[in-house]
Ligand binder design. Structure first.
Ligand SMILES: C[S@@+](CC[C@H](N)C(=O)[O-])C[C@H]1O[C@@H](n2cnc3c(N)ncnc32)[C@H](O)[C@@H]1O
Length: 244
């Protein structure tokens, strides 16, 4: 059993090759307009797939993530010299200098499974932002985790690698047992990881955000200018750090 993302990092970018990072970055750019945002912190930046597109749009972007394996891969996706910090959250010192905006994309916030972890994450972000700064993140909705992930199995064969992904829901938490096979010469190496995500309800997240010094600006449907509803799969939250 490897730590979460040690093996997934080997295949993450090919597995998610179809992900909509360019569109997400373009949407965030439209939400950042008029907000005096130039410095952006990508919290749980993974392999840096949002950093590159935001840098192309002119932002100065740095990243922080708890997986050394993901950060090693990030170098290929970001501009040379980009600051990529290895830190497990919560518990790390806030970023200095502070950013004008922070982001956490591709359901990173679902990985903060307890109230304490979530509030710790929000406090880390609030302390890494200037007053009035924005925090945009997305979330696998409880509806998506129950209906599409639930107790299901998924799998695919990409040639160079293959995976089997088995899910177990237990109350407000879901565990993913992910078995990955990566090609090594004529043979495949088998890796196993367990990931855990939280089914966060809107009221719980709103309370945690407020307790951590944020106001909720909007909750949208998958990086579109449409309000999230009960059947939204990927909620997009935009918070603002209180000014005082
Ligand atoms: C699904 S990936 C998303 C990566 C990236 N944001 C993207 O859009 O592709 C989730 C990321 O969250 C990071 N992560 C999860 N829990 C974390 C924690 N407690 N502290 C720091 N990073 C964490 C993982 O290492 C992983 O890179």
């Amino acid at each position: 059993m490897t730590r979460p993302y040690d093996a997934l990092a080997l295949v993450y970018d090919r597995w998610n090759a179809e992900a909509d990072y360019q569109r997400w970055a373009g949407f965030l750019h439209s939400r950042f307009a008029g907000e005096r945002i130039s410095r952006v912190l990508d919290v749980c930046c993974g392999t840096g797939r949002m950093i590159g597109p935001l840098q192309e749009l002119g932002y100065e972007v740095s990243g922080v993530d708890g997986s050394a394996a993901m950060l090693t891969r990030a170098a290929a996706n970001v501009s040379p010299g980009t600051r990529l910090r290895h830190a497990m959250l919560p518990g790390a010192a806030p970023e200095q200098p502070v950013a004008d905006a922070a982001i956490s994309c591709f359901d990173s916030v679902n990985y903060f499974v307890s109230d304490e972890d979530l509030r710790g994450l929000f406090r880390f972000v609030a302390n890494s932002l200037r007053p009035g700064g924005l925090y945009a993140f997305d979330l696998n909705s409880p509806y998506k985790l129950r209906t599409f992930y639930g107790d299901h199995h998924h799998g695919d064969d990409f040639g160079e690698f293959a995976y089997v992904w088995r899910n177990r829901i237990d109350g407000a938490r879901i565990r993913f047992l992910i078995t990955i096979f990566t090609r090594e010469g004529e043979l495949f190496r088998r890796h196993e990881e367990v990931h855990e995500q939280r089914l966060w309800e809107i009221a719980e997240l709103t309370a945690a955000a407020r307790d951590s010094g944020f106001e909720v600006v909007e909750i949208l449907d998958n990086y579109q200018p449409v309000l999230a509803d009960d059947e939204t799969l990927r909620q997009t939250w935009i918070l603002r750090r209180a000014s005082a």
